[in-house]
Design a protein around this ligand. Structure first.
Ligand SMILES: C[S@@+](CC[C@H](N)C(=O)[O-])C[C@H]1O[C@@H](n2cnc3c(N)ncnc32)[C@H](O)[C@@H]1O
Length: 199
């Protein structure tokens, strides 16, 4: 089973990470659900053929997302007012699910990933990018563990210590292209870019 990012994942610039994430998003096709879509930072990364559906629980972000979705000609359906743990879509109704820097914030990671699997068609693709827990027995990991109760409380529910690769594997997703890097000149935050598919 995949676990935490390996200790010496390459250190890259944030721009290079953005490029990796945009390339991954650019590979999905069909009807795509973007979960925790925020204010629509990823619109420019999607292939123009994609039928985009969005989900965003925060009202202010969703209002901005709705405006930007229209600007990008995604007018099929207004962004869903929902959480990833309970997606108001039918089973096997989307070809791909994308989520960037949001799995750290969901309240119940296993429930959110189970819902992602439910709404995906068999073989449907996923792209997730997020900061993740550091390898075991590192000072960085100990700091992440100690700081997480504070970031959950004061930084929009953000967990610094999530082993997202393990959670994706436990949820049954098959890894196709997994990139582990570190970013930032000081903190060297481990980041996972996961491209995979449902069985
Ligand atoms: C750090 S922001 C990232 C936004 C966007 N994906 C991006 O990359 O710019 C995290 C987002 O996850 C959303 N979020 C928090 N909890 C969530 C949940 N349980 N289900 C879906 N989205 C959630 C927040 O409202 C916020 O928009």
């Amino acid at each position: 089973m995949a676990t935490a990012t390996r200790e010496r994942a390459p250190l890259i610039e944030e721009d290079a990470l953005d490029d990796l994430v945009r390339e991954a998003i650019g590979r999905v096709r069909g009807t795509v659900l973007e979960v925790g879509a925020g204010e629509g930072e990823n619109f420019g990364a999607f292939d123009p053929s994609v039928r985009w559906l969005g989900l965003e629980p925060d009202a202010e972000r969703r209002a901005e997302l709705t405006t930007r979705a229209r600007e990008w000609s995604h007018r099929d359906r207004a962004p869903l007012d929902a959480v990833c743990e309970s997606i108001p879509l039918a089973d096997a109704s989307v070809d791909a699910v994308v989520g960037t820097y949001m799995l750290c914030s969901v309240t119940d990671l296993a429930a959110a990933l189970a819902e992602v699997r439910r709404v995906l068609v068999p073989g449907g693709r996923v792209v997730f990018a997020d900061h993740v827990v550091s390898p075991p027995r590192t000072l960085h990991r100990a700091v992440q563990r100690a700081a997480t109760p504070f970031t959950v409380r004061f930084d929009d529910g953000c967990h610094l210590d999530r082993d997202t690769a393990a959670a994706l594997a436990a949820a049954g997703f098959v890894a196709d292209r997994v990139t582990s890097v570190r970013v930032g000149p000081v903190l060297r935050v481990p980041v996972l870019v996961f491209e995979g598919h449902a069985p």
